[in-house]
Design a protein around this ligand. Structure first.
Ligand SMILES: NC(=O)c1ccc[n+]([C@@H]2O[C@H](COP(=O)([O-])OP(=O)(O)OC[C@H]3O[C@@H](n4cnc5c(N)ncnc54)[C@H](O)[C@@H]3O)[C@@H](O)[C@H]2O)c1
Length: 136
C-alpha cells in the first residue's frame, strides 16, 4: 500500500537513494534538508516527479517540522551532522543537530519504532529507524 513518507536529511547520500527507492515503489515522499552537507544533485532526478517534494529547511524549525510530520504516515530520520572533519571542527553544531534535532523529531513518532533494512540494487542501504505514526 502506498504511504506518505517524510525523510529528514533527504538530500544526503543515503537519503537521496532512499527517496528514489520509495518514489519508484509508488510512495509519496517529502524530503526535508538544510543542504548543510547534502546536495541537490542527490535528488535532482526526482525534481519534477509528482510524488516528490523537497523542502529546504532545518529540522530545528519546529513549525515546519510539525506541519510535515502531521502529514506523514512514516518518518525516516537521517538528518545529522556527519563526517569527522565537521564534527571535530564544530562539535557544538554537531550536538545541536544530532541530539536536539532527534529530540525534535522523535516525540511525534514515539510509539512504534522498528528497524528495517533496504537493499537498492547494488547500493546497500544500512539499517535505519522507521518510526511509525503516533496513535491519535
Ligand atoms: N553513509 C554511511 O555509511 C552511514 C553509515 C551508518 C550510519 N549513517 C547515518 O545515516 C545518516 C545519513 O548519513 P549520510 O551518509 O547520508 O550523510 P549525509 O551527510 O549525506 O546526510 C545527512 C543529511 O542531513 C542534512 N542535515 C544536516 N543537518 C540538518 C538539519 N539541521 N536539518 C535538515 N537537514 C540536515 C544534511 O544536509 C545531509 O543532507 C546519518 O545519521 C549517518 O550517521 C550513515
Amino acid at each position: 500500500m502506498a504511504e506518505h513518507f517524510l525523510i529528514t536529511g533527504g538530500a544526503g547520500f543515503i537519503g537521496g537513494h532512499l527517496c528514489q527507492e520509495l518514489v519508484h515503489s509508488g510512495h509519496t515522499v517529502v524530503a526535508i534538508d538544510d543542504l548543510s552537507t547534502g546536495r541537490l544533485e542527490n535528488i535532482a532526478h526526482l525534481d519534477k516527479h509528482p510524488n516528490f517534494q523537497f523542502v529546504r529547511e532545518t529540522i530545528l524549525n519546529a513549525q515546519v517540522l510539525d506541519r510535515l510530520t502531521s502529514q506523514a504516515d512514516t518518518i525516516i530520520h537521517l538528518a545529522a551532522a556527519v563526517g569527522v572533519k565537521l564534527i571535530v571542527e564544530d562539535p557544538v553544531h554537531t550536538i545541536h543537530t544530532n541530539i536536539l534535532g532527534s529530540e525534535m523529531v522523535l516525540p511525534h513518532w514515539k510509539h512504534k519504532v522498528t528497524l528495517k533494512r533496504v537493499d537498492e540494487g547494488t547500493v546497500k542501504i544500512e539499517w535505519f529507524l522507521q518510526i511509525g505514526r503516533k496513535p491519535q
